[in-house]
Design a protein around this ligand. Structure first.
Ligand SMILES: [Zn+2]
Length: 311
């Protein structure tokens, strides 16, 4: 092949590709494969929140405050409003005789059809902090859920929900589900207007590519949504860990319990515990980016189905 011929062909291919790509982009806008959120931004958010600069985000520390400011800024950028006058819902509690101050972060998006009915989408932003000089970064637990919360915010900017949404980044989860307890006991909306809580805690890694959906045994409508849902071939969605299948019962494992205790239907999304669970090695380097992106896509797609319902 001569250089001349090569150059000509290169130009032709370039032309073909540019036309081909631009028409593909036009059609893609109307197809199901439209990107729900920016995947790079999702990875950037989990990476930042689980970096050493955030010092493990232990409730009441400057690392937790830094995480809080970061999340509020992301909500603001994505046009998420504060739920009441401020994004922050401060609270205090005691753990092992010690008094703590925590702060939930609550964002609000008004529904287009069911303004007075809420879906609370939650994840906890606190983690273990620094123990014996080692930073527990909590990338999977639960920077992964908070990253997903920010992707939800971005998704809602282009896809207004039918129900009103509360995006809740809870504090104090690791110290006894404190933020979600405070939220349900001091909720600014009455809890019988909360249709469902979707809680995400540890969703970024699974060697078996398994994402579990917990809580469907308490609600037939939600059970049908999960059982009829067809995830992509890169992920398995399994309704389990409900306390009836011989597996560990995860009804009590994270903030969804606070909603469950008040009779609010919930689905908790999470993965099996892994070797880095609650160790200083729960780092960004050990998450599985492709699985994580699939998880978040799956959860947003399930949200789309639930948002069509009214119960
Ligand atoms: Zn957690």
């Amino acid at each position: 092949m001569s250089l001349m011929y090569y150059k000509f062909n290169f130009f032709a291919i370039f032309l073909f590709l540019s036309f081909g790509l631009s028409s593909a982009q036009t059609t893609q806008k109307h197809s199901d494969s439209e990107e729900l959120f920016n995947e790079k931004a999702l990875l950037q958010n989990i990476r930042t929140l689980s970096s050493d600069a955030f010092e493990g985000r232990r409730t009441g520390t400057k690392g937790a405050k830094k995480a809080k400011d970061y999340i509020i800024n992301q909500f603001y950028i994505q046009n998420v409003l504060p739920f009441s006058k401020k994004y922050e819902q401060p609270f205090t509690f005691y753990n092992k005789g010690k008094r703590f101050s925590g702060t939930n972060i609550l964002g609000y998006i008004q529904g287009s059809q069911y303004k007075d009915k809420y879906i609370v989408i939650s994840a906890h932003y606190d983690h273990e902090g620094i123990i014996k000089g080692q930073i527990y970064n909590g990338a999977d637990d639960d920077a992964s859920g908070v990253g997903a919360l920010i992707s939800f915010a971005e998704y809602f900017k282009n896809n207004p929900p039918k129900h009103s949404i509360i995006l809740a980044a809870f504090d104090g989860e690791e110290l006894g589900l404190q933020g979600s307890k405070h939220f349900v006991n001091n909720s600014i909306v009455s809890l019988n207007k909360v249709m469902v809580n979707l809680n995400m805690d540890m969703i970024s890694r699974s060697d078996k590519k398994e994402l579990f959906a917990v809580g469907t045994r308490f609600n037939k409508i939600l059970k049908d949504v999960i059982l009829n849902f067809k995830p992509s071939e890169n992920i398995k969605l399994i309704a389990a860990h409900d306390g009836q299948d011989g597996l560990e019962n995860w009804t009590y494992s994270s903030d969804h319990l606070s909603f469950h205790k008040k009779g609010v239907p919930f689905i908790y999304f999470g993965v099996e515990d892994h070797k880095d669970y609650h160790t200083p090695n729960d780092d960004y380097e050990n998450i599985q980016p492709e699985f994580y992106i699939e998880s978040v896509k799956t959860i947003i797609s399930i949200f789309q189905k639930i948002d069509l319902l009214n119960f």
